[in-house]
Design a protein around this ligand. Sequence first.
Ligand SMILES: [Zn+2]
Length: 318
Amino acid sequence: MLAIGVDVGGTSVRAGVVDGQGAVLDTARVGTPQDEVALEDAIAGVVEELRNRHEVSAVGLAVAAFVRPDRRSVMFAPHLAWRQAPVADRIAKRVGLPVTLEHDANAATVAEHRFGAARGAQVVTLVAIGTGIGAGLLLDGRIFRGAHGVAPELGHLCVVPGGRACPCGKYGCWERYCSGTALAATAIELLARHPGRSTVLTREIADDPGSVTGRRVAGAARDGDPVAQLAMAELARWLGEGLALVADVYDPEVIVIGGGVSESAPLFLDEAREHYAHAVTGAGHRPLARIRTAQLGDEAAFVGAATLAREKSTTPVD
Ligand SMILES: [Zn+2]
């Protein structure tokens, strides 16, 4: 049985036809419109496009948003037009299929649990490192959403009291030290402290400091740029320290590292594992979570959303 998963992100709406083994049979994509009506038109459009080519039975939406606990409505989305919007019912009406709604990181966690890096594990933390940090928690095999549907916001755990300002209004949030954005900020800070120690990055920053991105810092680190490598080591440190905090609360069996930054995992993951192993409470006297890179890449959110939609449509209502 096939289902369509739709990943509704801040820049694009990406959809895929997914089978029961998590295989992606077909995809469609469109830019994310800014207003509510056009956004829903775009979602209905990609669903219709895929339905013309495949027989599907359900649709799952993965959204970068706070989703109500009943998973029918979006409460708030920082990068999307919806505010207190009954999205699942509106889309269901448009496409004439059952529609489920899920937070994108939760959907990605489900995908990695069913088909990827966390297969078989019962307590799983997913940390998607991109522009910020997206996180998902699986407890005893089930997604943990908190009482009001907004957990977990791991990216806004404070790791540096009084540290870098975060758009969320707090200071020293984990994602300010462990993300693509953080990698660029760290590199710029390090260059100011060690002028002349870098080649590629120094030139880029002299030309335009705004042009330094996490991706370019990672590329420079790969090319042997010493300042970029220091920035990468900082990211590794904060990843390990932050995961140790998370492990103190949840004691996960598997930690999955996803998001765009995970493409550079060979540059930081072993080091992050060492920091984690030292920073976790009871270090040296307890089993440690296995820290793995995500296997489903940027398709994880729509694969997970399709899987949840399919499972819901084939499970009797309890
Ligand atoms: Zn924050």
